[in-house]
Design a protein around this ligand. Sequence first.
Ligand SMILES: [Zn+2]
Length: 135
Amino acid sequence: MIIDVARQIALKNYRGSFSFEYDCPEELVLLPSARIQGKVQVEGEYEIYADDSVGILLRLGYLLCGQCSYCLEPAKKQVEYECEVLFLPEDDGENYSYNGFKLDLTTAVNDAVLFSQPQVLLCRDDCKGIDYNKE
Ligand SMILES: [Zn+2]
């Protein structure tokens, strides 16, 4: 997931959009027994500023599948997430950085996958969990 910033500057394309399909590493899924089905859809918009920093609006969508956290029945949830990130040509310890030429979105997308995950995966919004009183 590379944006060729130097090339876009040469072409005077200071704004643009992108979309990728991403095979997310399994270890990024935090909930036990859950996984991302298929690929993560990544799209967004970038703007290259005069100081070569790049502001990015990132949107993710993916289908999280696994066991309901309450009742252990199969569950799935379509996760949609949006965030804004800033890439700087020098590392300031706070934002993302890139080498001034090509910008690799992978770390920012991986972080967004982590931040976007729900704490629980439920079979339905009002799942009451396993009913131990049921015969
Ligand atoms: Zn449930």
